[in-house]
Ligand binder design. Sequence first.
Ligand code: AMP
Ligand code: MN
Ligand code: MN
Ligand code: MN
Length: 284
Amino acid sequence: MYLTIDLHSHSSASDGSLSPTELVTLAHRLGVRTLALTDHDELNGLAEAAGAARLVGMELVSGVEISVSWERQTIHIVGLGIDPESEALQQGLVRLRQFRHWRAEEMGRRLDKQQIGGIYERAARLAQGRIISRTHFAMALVERGYAKQVGEVFRHFLRAGKPGHVAGEWAELSEAVGWIRAAGGVAVVAHPARYSLSRAKLCRLFEAFIDAGGEAIEVVSGSQSAEDAARLAPLALKYRLYASAGSDFHSEDRPWHLLGRLPPLPNTLQPVWQLLELDSASAG
Ligand code: AMP
Ligand code: MN
Ligand code: MN
Ligand code: MN
């Protein structure tokens, strides 16, 4: 059986390809009963998603995925059940979007210097005035024939040490968790297995996260394997962290598209949805 709850997804308010309404409609069609929309550093898809969810009779959890710099690495912290009207959260995200904008221009300048011209302009056009992410650069580079697929672009152009890479200056870990808590939400470390951290460093991350007031980690994620989940489960138990599950859906053509197809959490763990005030007990 698949989970009927999915606590991590993206719309075109950040780097997803579907509008909030299209995302909610697709998720509903695929059997999701409770969905969190967690766009990168952006809340403005939430109102539309909530309206669409009401229409189809699905429960929408207001969420966000905040970009954090921690020990010179980029870490993503998901906030669930946040109040989108929270001043502290909104102001924090404004700063991150300003950095995103500058970073995108800087990425464009660095690619220009490598004779890869016009990519910023195309990426900005693809982002349509909403937040601009490396995903938009990847799409632009594929379109121009610099790579066959998006994954290849990240390897050759957008990772640390590559021509289009600009180091992140995102939120501090404690700031991001603080904004989420100020907005009444629960903070979750997104896809912990994706950062390629040693076990010792992952433990340090969890300790710093708990000190800041964080409560959960994603154990099941569309961007993690079953082995990753098995490796994270004992850490969730050790640190008494709640466990979350989310597809991290962006578009139907990404290889890891698990919308409506998430496996259950290991049954030794406390699901994070126990902390959320859900209408439906859709723990399925
Ligand atoms: P940004 O927040 O602008 O740095 O962009 C990060 C986004 O790029 C992530 O949220 C993913 O959606 C996407 N991404 C990162 N690495 C890859 C990859 N190897 N293949 C495809 N998409 C990726
Ligand atoms: Mn993304
Ligand atoms: Mn992420
Ligand atoms: Mn995500």
